[in-house]
Write a protein that binds this ligand. Structure first.
Ligand SMILES: Nc1ncnc2c1ncn2[C@@H]1O[C@H](COP(=O)(O)OP(=O)(O)O)[C@@H](O)[C@H]1O
Ligand SMILES: [Mg+2]
Length: 228
């Protein structure tokens, strides 16, 4: 479903992604690991169609993702509904005046009916146990609460692919445990998960494979367990 073919990418002439080549199947859980500055977030941005290969190709469900393709409004809307992105810093992701509005934003963009939007918002609030936060402004929330709201705002779009940048970062023990269980439930539900992480625990707990990027930006794809 996701295919990288010899993808290269540089910032201002400095190569960050070098000949990245892999293929991910639906339902796989894949960890992106490597030291700071290796290019994990860059790879996630590319998977999310925010930046594009300079060489090579990235295809999603057989369609090459390019700047031109993403200028097609209908396609990019569909694509962003298919591939959800949990940013490392929830402040980059949350921009509405209230938690409720934040959760309704994606489904409204998708053109769903007010009844359906409402149902999705209520389901997400309940599933994440954040009903009491519904009228709060996101910037007033704690780090763990913001992370939950960011997750809920992706959940209301029900994407097939979940991409998460350092999802456990800056979470306390309880929120970490909760998030691990949430990710396990997504995997169980057949979602494709792609997450960058420093945490061996998360890799061992879930990942079917790991994409390891080293400090020289060399990429290796490693099998962790048999994919059924
Ligand atoms: N927008 C940008 N402009 C220039 N350089 C960038 C930009 N974003 C990231 N970089 C650089 O690219 C390298 C890889 O960054 P990143 O993908 O964020 O790594 P990681 O997530 O693995 O820590 C780093 O050296 C970083 O400074
Ligand atoms: Mg990063």
């Amino acid at each position: 479903m996701i295919r990288f073919e010899d993808v290269c990418y540089a910032y201002d002439g400095v190569p960050i992604l070098r000949h990245v080549d892999f293929r991910l199947e639906k339902g796989e859980a894949v960890a992106i690991t490597g030291p700071n500055g290796a290019g994990k977030s860059t790879l996630l941005k590319m998977i999310n169609g925010l930046i594009y290969p300079e060489l090579g190709r990235y295809c999603y469900e057989g369609e090459e993702i390019t700047a031109a393709k993403m200028r097609d409004h209908r396609y990019s809307k569909w694509f962003h509904q298919q591939v959800g992105y949990i940013w490392q810093n929830p402040d980059s992701q949350l921009f509405c005046g209230s938690v409720e509005e934040e959760l309704a934003f994606g489904p409204a963009q998708m053109g769903l009916s007010p009844t359906e939007i409402n149902a999705r918002v209520e389901d997400a609030l309940e599933l994440l146990g954040i009903e009491s936060l519904r009228r709060r402004a996101p910037f007033t929330l704690s780090g763990g609460e913001k992370k939950k709201v960011a997750i809920a705002s992706v959940l209301t779009m029900n994407p097939s692919v979940w991409t998460l940048d350092e999802p456990l970062n800056s979470l306390d023990g309880k929120s970490r445990q909760w998030l691990m269980e949430f990710l396990a439930a997504l995997k169980e539900a057949g979602k494709t998960l792609i997450f960058s992480t420093h945490e061996v625990e998360l890799v061992e707990y879930f990942a079917d494979r790991a994409i390891r990027i080293d400090e020289l930006h060399q990429v290796k794809v490693i099998g962790i367990r048999q994919v059924s």
